[in-house]
Design a protein around this ligand. Structure first.
Ligand code: 3AM
Length: 213
């Protein structure tokens, strides 16, 4: 594929964590549905749950190759580390809920180091520096445009109640062992993701496959 692709670099949680996120998402959906508010949101598909390290946007083939090479190199230099799910929250704030997410706990320093290296790689390949600070999160839902303000206010209260109810204590944490290079296709049914490359941390052996799917 020679045309630019919308791409980003992310971590993918393992199955057990996806299942836990799915449960939290289902609980929130239920609470909103009971009040007729669920339809105001689009819901991330569990198969696509991810922690974005760097959104790149339209990426021509030459840059995709450079990113894949850079990720292979970077993966050699960063070892595996542990993460866990944390508190839920929203972007940008409770009066204007746009994104509903679950935050991360665990080895934040290793995560920040990896993200900084990914950011440096993006710049070295020619992407403009990301101005927003890194806020590690896994998106569960996004609000639709045009929700009547009163309904959005009610939804925010429900989401806040859900976010502030601590989930059953999670003993689950996981070992982050790879970085993924992902192609995002926007469809009327939401974003669809394809992995272009998976780069094993600490091994020095990334597998890049930027070819067509
Ligand atoms: O990690 P999540 O799913 O919250 O919102 C987009 C998604 O975030 C974000 O990149 C992730 C993969 O698509 N994204 C989309 N456009 C963006 C932009 N222009 C963006 N992030 C920063 N700038």
């Amino acid at each position: 594929m020679s045309e630019p692709l919308r791409t980003f670099i992310a971590l993918e949680p393992p199955k057990a964590i996806v299942a836990e996120l799915e449960q939290r998402q289902a609980e929130l959906r239920k609470r909103l549905a009971e009040r007729g508010l669920e339809r105001h949101f689009t819901w991330s598909r569990p198969a696509g749950f991810h922690l974005t390290l760097r959104f790149l946007g339209d990426t021509p083939a030459s840059r995709r190759t450079a990113i894949a090479r850079g990720l292979a190199q970077l993966a050699c230099e960063h070892g595996p580390f542990r993460l866990a799910l944390g508190q839920a929250g929203v972007f940008p704030n409770w009066s204007r809920v746009r994104v509903v997410w679950v935050g991360l706990a665990g080895d934040q320093d290793a995560l920040a180091r990896l993200q900084a290296a990914v950011e440096a790689l993006a710049r070295s390949v020619g992407f403009v520096a990301e101005r927003r600070p890194f806020s590690p999160h896994i998106t569960l839902a996004r609000s639709r445009r045009g929700i009547p303000p009163e309904e959005l206010r009610r939804a925010a209260a429900v989401i806040r109640g859900w976010a502030e109810t601590p989930p059953p204590p999670s003993t689950l944490d996981w070992r982050v062992t790879a970085v993924h290079y992902i192609h995002s296709r926007l469809t009327p049914q939401g974003a669809r993701y394809t992995t272009l490359g998976r780069f094993q941390l600490g091994s020095g052996h990334g597998e890049a496959d930027p070819g067509p799917r």
